[in-house]
Design a protein around this ligand. Structure first.
Ligand SMILES: Nc1nc2c(c(=O)[nH]1)N[C@H]1C(S)=C(S)[C@@H](COP(=O)(O)O)O[C@H]1N2
Ligand SMILES: [Mo]
Length: 194
């Protein structure tokens, strides 16, 4: 057992050991064989890219220790993730020049609005493991997006598609009163703050 000095939480957040599972709607049954991630929209040459499980598994994986901040004010610290940096996927199929936004979709229509800058931040990963175990279905397995500095609604579970866009388009929670950017450290919680 290692005891650590408490570290600060983003403003307004309360510490919990692990976040309760938060899913709007039902948990999809999605095998690794059925899973793929598509990169579409305003890509550099108009083509799209499909990454299947075998391709993802062949990419370089990284370990990430990161906190998880739910916009409903719970934070879990030091979640151990393993996965593929989103930056490496974006480099395989980059956006066209001047394209700064994306919508990231999960299975069954969930989506989150993110900037290309946040998508390609060094700590943004497509996670396939959580706390040293394959990502359980209810946590987004086979794969989910993790962007540690943003509230966790920016990380679709069962991530399936990244669509590049010229303008910010609101996703699932941004459309229901939550912030378009969602930086937890700046407490960008609600759309009226934009
Ligand atoms: N597909 C999908 N992804 C999602 C959600 C969801 O409802 N559907 N909820 C988001 C929210 S609001 C949070 S806080 C985290 C919760 O992750 P957890 O269920 O692993 O705690 O997932 C995010 N990703
Ligand atoms: Mo959340």
């Amino acid at each position: 057992m290692t005891y650590r000095e408490p570290r600060p939480l983003p403003p307004g957040q309360n510490l919990v050991e692990r976040l309760p599972v938060r899913t709007y709607g039902r948990v999809p049954e999605l095998s690794r064989e059925q899973w793929s991630l598509q990169v579409t929209g305003d890509t550099h040459d108009g083509s799209s890219l499909t990454i299947d499980w075998a391709m993802l598994s062949a990419m370089t994986h990284v370990e990430l220790e990161a906190d998880m901040h739910c916009v409903s004010k719970l934070t879990a610290q030091d979640v151990r993730w393993r996965g593929v940096p989103m930056r490496a996927i974006v480099e395989m199929c980059p956006p066209a020049p001047g394209i700064d936004h994306a919508l990231v979709y999960g299975q069954h229509g969930y989506s989150a609005s993110v900037t290309i800058a946040d998508l390609t931040s060094p700590r943004t990963i497509v996670a396939v493991e959580m706390d040293d175990a394959p990502l359980p279905a209810e946590r987004g397995g086979p794969a989910r997006l993790v962007i540690p500095h943003l509230y966790s609604y920016k990380g679709p579970k069962w991530v399936r598609e990244v669509t590049y866009l010229a303008f910010a388009e609101r996703g699932f929670w941004e459309d229901r009163g939550y912030h378009l950017h969602g930086d937890a450290w700046r407490q960008e919680r609600y759309s009226y703050q934009e």
